[in-house]
Structures are given as structure tokens and as C-alpha cells.
Design a protein around this ligand. Structure first.
Ligand code: PLP
Length: 430
């Protein structure tokens, strides 16, 4: 299916001896597209290089964090300086105050924030907070939204309204997920019906306001507005999971784009600039339920790690440069428009969407608005396209169901080279 190269093959064979599937996060294994994963040795700007010194234009950006480009000199310098002062103390630092102040300034719905080390911890802790603050157990999520791998959130949809979900992963007890109600993304009526039936039992609604884990799917403004007013009416907590879309679709995240304020926001990826920083934060009257003030417990040996915080803080400063998001959106749009034109010239059914520095590519007539629509896109075509692009030196997310990411270093020449590669790739699909 694809040309593999000797050093990557050797490393993959070796990795599988000591690591399940040879990878430390499943999608890296190329399971859905087939072939040998590339083992990366270094990265710079919009590129990374594999173990055979093959260079790729990178459109995953570490699955979101690399928004200013790889190995940005200012970020690297901040990390080196912080590391020289010591790697971890287990006691508070001023850096944690500075990044908390920055997050509260940039995301208006966040009055107080708690730092953690992964997006999974952020959403898991946000759920616990919602349950602790409301005294309710049930949570609502939407099919196709990924919120990390905490037990309550690894649940796929039941068939209809008020069908409680089955776990997507083995090892998750039924007892645990019976409190998770999975509804259809962008379905206002279903959400209203759920609240009408059990609104007084719902602790929270959690949503990716711009979904990036079923490829890219935008929420409609009506869907998010309905969610906001139903949560307010029934006393449920609205959690925006902006681990992926926060600081990616706009400086203030999706909530700034839609002008809708959640009660709690989960953040990750960009706020760590490539090192492990994530966070959850929101209304101060909710956050006061967190230990040591309140009874909702959450902790972390490396939470607010000084080296990681230095990378995150420096990244948050860089993305506030004037015109940063205009330029990022422009480049992302140039990419999606260029790809769409190339597909049209080749006579291939294809479309694309972009929000800020995030994009979706679909082998379909029109951009999907729901998980079910996304599932009807042509996955075989995507897989062939992925490998043709990889062979041409362009690294897309190795799955038809993931969004892509552009960095501030993807300049016109990089975008033009990508579109040129795509012309060749689309030609191979005929
Ligand atoms: N929430 C969303 C929207 C995500 O996209 C992800 C990861 O991709 C997570 C949560 C989990 O974050 P992490 O992988 O840092 O645990």
C-alpha cells in the first residue's frame, strides 16, 4: 500500500517487542490507514524528519500543540532556561500564577483555573467537579466527541434518545457508564427532550464546541445556545472541552467565536506548547468546590511543572502577536481551498472545512454536520490519499476521522508544495 523505509520498519519491529502495538498512543500506529508508522527524529517549523531522514510537511502538529511551529527558538530558550533552574519542585512557583493569570485574561469565562498534565485529567476532573457541585450523577455527551480516556467518557451512543450507552473500551464497568447519556451532535430536539425527561438529574453536558475527533465538525450556534440555556434552566454545568479547539480556532477559543460562555472549560495542547500542561477552569463559585477549599479532590505530582509551564506560557505570549490568528486562518483557508480546487480538477468528490488553524478533509459531496454523516464519507479513498501524500512528503493525520492542524510556520511555499503533492495524490485515486 505504501513505500516503507528500512529504519522505520526496523524501529517499528523493535518497538512492538516492548510496547503494545509499538506505540504509546493508539492512533500513531497507522491502524486505520495501514502501513508502518514513521519514527520521528527531529522537527523544525512546519516540518519533521523520520528515521530515514525523510522530511514531511507536518499537519498534525503533535495533534494540536505545535501552533507556533516546531522547535520555535523562543519556546526552546524558555524551556532551556527553566530546566536549568530545576525540573520539578512539588511546591508552588510564580510561573503557575503567571500562566493562570494569562488563561483567565484570554478566556473570559474562566475566573479560576487548575493546572493538570493532560487533557484527559482536565475533562475527568471537570466532570468530578460538576458532579460534586450539583450532587447529581448523570452526564450528557455527544457521539463522536472524544474527551480523553476517563471511564465515564469512553461511551458510545445507544440507538435512541435516553438509551444509556455501552462502553467503547473493554475494562469500563457497565455500572460506571450507566450514568453517561450519549446524544447526537447538533441535534437540538434530542437535547431538549433529554432535559425535559431527566433534566433535574443531569450534572453536566460536555461538548467539543468545534469537534475535532470525528474529523472536523462545527457545532451549529443553535445547538450550543440550546445547551447553554438548558443547562442554566435545569442547574446543570456546561463544560466546553476546548482541549483541541481552545487557542486553536481563535485566541479565546470556540467560546469566543460563538460568543457563548460555558461554566467550565477544559484546555490542553496549545497551553503546553508541546509539553504536558492542561487545565480546567471556570466560574469561581464552582471552582471553590475543589480541594483544598472544597470537597472535590484532584491532585498531581507534576501539575504546573515549571519546565512545561515555561513552554506553555511562552507559546501563549507568541500567539498574542498582532494578526497571529488572521494569518493562521488565512493559511489554513489557502490550504483547504487549494486542496478543493485540486480535487475538482482531478474529478474527485471531495470537500474541506477550516476554522482558525484547524481543518477537515472529507471524501464526500458536502461537509458533514453529524457523526452519522461523517461515517458515510469515503474512508478507502482517504486511506489511499493519505499514503500518496505521505509518499510525497506530506504527513496528514493517519485516520479519516481526525482533524488537521496548520502552524504559523506553514507559509505560502509550504501550502503550495502541499497542494502540488495533492494534485499527484488525487490523480492516483481515479
Ligand atoms: N479532549 C479533546 C477534545 C481531545 O481532542 C483530547 C485529545 O486529543 C483530549 C480531551 C484528551 O487529551 P490528552 O490526550 O492530553 O489526554
Amino acid at each position: 500500500m505504501t513505500s516503507t523505509t528500512s529504519n522505520n520498519d526496523t524501529l517499528f519491529a523493535r518497538a512492538q517487542l516492548t510496547t503494545p502495538g509499538g506505540v504509546n498512543s493508539p492512533v500513531r500506529a497507522f491502524r486505520s490507514v495501514g502501513g508502518t508508522p514513521r519514527f520521528i527524529t527531529r522537527a523544525e517549523g512546519p516540518y519533521f524528519w523520520d528515521a530515514d531522514d525523510q522530511r514531511y510537511i507536518d499537519y498534525i502538529g503533535s495533534w494540536g500543540p505545535a501552533i507556533v511551529g516546531h522547535a520555535h527558538p523562543t519556546v526552546i530558550k524558555a524551556v532551556q532556561d527553566a530546566a536549568a533552574r530545576g525540573l520539578s519542585f512539588g511546591a508552588p512557583t510564580e510561573g503557575e500564577i503567571l500562566i493562570a493569570e494569562e488563561i483567565c485574561k484570554l478566556v473570559p469565562s474562566i475566573e479560576q483555573v487548575r493546572l493538570v498534565s493532560s487533557g484527559t485529567e482536565a475533562t475527568m476532573s471537570a466532570l468530578r467537579l460538576a458532579r460534586g457541585a450539583t450532587g447529581r450523577d448523570k452526564i450528557v455527551k455527544f457521539e463522536g466527541c472524544y474527551h480523553g480516556h476517563a471511564d465515564s467518557l469512553l461511551v458510545k451512543a445507544g440507538s435512541g434518545l435516553l438509551t444509556f450507552g455501552n462502553p467503547t473500551s473493554s475494562g469500563v464497568p457497565e455500572d460506571f457508564v450507566k450514568h453517561t447519556l450519549v446524544l447526537d451532535y447538533n441535534n437540538v430536539e434530542q437535547l431538549e427532550e433529554a432535559f425535559k425527561n431527566i433534566g433535574d438529574q443531569i450534572a453536566c453536558v460536555i461538548v467539543e464546541p468545534v469537534a475535532g475527533n470525528m474529523n472536523l465538525i462545527r457545532a451549529t450556534p443553535e445547538f450550543l445556545q440550546a445547551m447553554r440555556s438548558l443547562c442554566t434552566k435545569y442547574g446543570a454545568v456546561l463544560i466546553f472541552d476546548e482541549v483541541m479547539c481552545g487557542f486553536r480556532v481563535a485566541l479565546g477559543g470556540a467560546q469566543a467565536l460563538y460568543n457563548i460562555q460555558p461554566d467550565i472549560t477544559a484546555l490542553g495542547k496549545v497551553i503546553g506548547g508541546g509539553l504536558p500542561v492542561a487545565a480546567f477552569g471556570g466560574r469561581a463559585d464552582l471552582m471553590k468546590h475543589m480541594a483544598p477549599l472544597g470537597g472535590v479532590y484532584q491532585a498531581g505530582t507534576l501539575s504546573g511543572n515549571p519546565v512545561a509551564v515555561a513552554a506553555g506560557m511562552t507559546t501563549l505570549k507568541l500567539i498574542q502577536a498582532p494578526g497571529f490568528y488572521d494569518a493562521l486562518s488565512t493559511q489554513t483557508l489557502k490550504l483547504t481551498q487549494g486542496l478543493t480546487a485540486a480535487a475538482k480538477d482531478a474529478g474527485i468528490e471531495f470537500c474541506a472545512d477550516a476554522v482558525g488553524g484547524m481543518f477537515g478533509l472529507y471524501f464526500a459531496k458536502q461537509v458533514p454536520g453529524t457523526y452519522a454523516e461523517m461515517m458515510t464519507t469515503n474512508k478507502d479513498r482517504f486511506n489511499k490519499f493519505f499514503h500518496a501524500m505521505l509518499d510525497a512528503g506530506v504527513y496528514l493525520a493517519p485516520s479519516a476521522f481526525e482533524a488537521g492542524f496548520v502552524s504559523a510556520q506553514h507559509d505560502d511555499a509550504v501550502i503550495a508544495a502541499t497542494v502540488e503533492a495533492a494534485r499527484g495524490a488525487f490523480a492516483q485515486l481515479k
